[in-house]
Design a protein around this ligand. Structure first.
Ligand code: N2P
Length: 347
């Protein structure tokens, strides 16, 4: 009798392990931005597939690319932005995705399919998208905020958080001066750097930072901040005195994709993870938690009006048309790095 019970128990244990075995089990090494996933989603994936997620985080595309170049086998799924995907394809750092294994990629909105940065749609699946704009405290600004000029206004001395990111910050200064965020003209890039140096020397900048800004704005530590749209919406949810605007001079619109590095050790598990994140119910859970814009038609249908009527999450066509995507600027990277260094070192 005891033997039979043991036998039955072993059979049961074996059966419960089967789904995991069928999927291959093992691990998936994920490298994503800070604060960019609902962690319940990771636990759900592990439970459903038996694949263990090793989750690692980065702050900027530039840092992430250094990591992928120097540790090519360390990551199975990475989340670069558009211009970084373009660069990584050019450097042969990515492998094509087997879309038969990622059927939920079909949920991608049409306007985000076949993008310039991955024209044949071979290497990436959109994860989230958004804009760059100004998060501000409506109770402390002196008048309406609709221009990048607010960030350079001396009446906000010591109250402005800027982004510690060369492309985002130089991009905004370029845009304010009427140039493209993709300018390759040394005089224009220098003029943008000079504007930022002046802003710093006048004491307008409280700090250059990235992921910390949202919580500091919630706590009322600044009046204006240069942020990505989802961080803005996250902060607004916690402090209704805050608002977000994409300035009238235009801005940067971006897409972060999911890609598989060329040397990834677990490409099958990477595909399973990407597919899971594209499942409408999972994409919804994730989007409602991190508050960025979803590229997933199925998730948007599930979220309904709460999503579609929120201009921060679902900007108008007019706002999007007034923005530019970044493109790979490798040929002028030295210029951007040099001028950015001058901004950061200015006293
Ligand atoms: C969130 C990261 C947003 C990525 N912390 C902007 N491309």
């Amino acid at each position: 009798m005891k033997k039979l019970a043991t036998l039955l128990l072993s059979a049961l244990l074996l059966l419960s392990a089967l789904p995991a075995l069928a999927q291959g089990g093992g691990v998936v090494n994920v490298f994503n931005w800070e604060d960019y996933i609902n962690e319940d989603v990771i636990a759900m994936f592990e439970e459903e597939t038996g694949i263990k997620v090793n989750y690692m985080r980065f702050t900027l595309n530039e840092d992430m690319m250094v990591q992928v170049r120097t540790s090519p086998g360390a990551f199975d799924v990475v989340f670069p932005s558009d211009y970084a995907i373009e660069r990584m394809i050019a450097e042969d750092l990515l492998q094509p995705i087997d879309f038969a294994k990622v059927p939920n990629a079909e949920n991608t909105l049409d306007w985000l399919k076949n993008p310039d940065y991955d024209p044949e749609n071979r290497y990436s699946v959109p994860y989230m998208w958004g804009t760059v704009g100004i998060l501000y405290d409506t109770t402390r600004v002196k008048g309406p905020v609709d221009s990048w000029g607010a960030l350079f206004d001396e009446q906000y001395k010591g109250e402005v958080f800027m982004m510690d990111s060369p492309r985002d910050t130089l991009g905004v200064a370029l845009k304010y001066l009427g140039y493209s965020v993709n300018s390759k003209n040394p005089q224009e890039i220098q003029a943008a750097a000079n504007l930022l140096i002046g802003q710093k020397q006048k004491g307008i900048v409280k700090a250059y930072q990235v992921d910390e800004t949202k919580d500091k704005m919630v706590a009322g530590e600044g009046i204006l901040a240069l942020v990505w749209s989802g961080d803005a919406q996250y902060a607004i949810n916690l402090n209704p005195d805050l608002a977000y605007v994409v300035p009238r001079e235009g801005s940067n619109v971006w897409v972060d994709g999911m890609v598989i590095p060329a040397q990834a050790k677990n490409p099958e598990n990477a595909q399973a993870f990407i597919d899971f994140l594209c499942r409408p119910d999972i994409a919804q859970l994730n989007c409602e938690y991190i508050e960025y814009s979803s590229p997933n038609a199925g998730a948007i249908a599930l979220m309904g009006e709460e999503y579609t009527t929120n201009e921060n999450l679902n900007p108008s066509q007019e706002t999007i048309d007034n923005c530019e995507f970044f493109h790979d600027n490798n040929d002028v990277k030295v210029l951007y790095d040099t001028f950015w260094g001058m901004v950061k070192n200015a006293k």
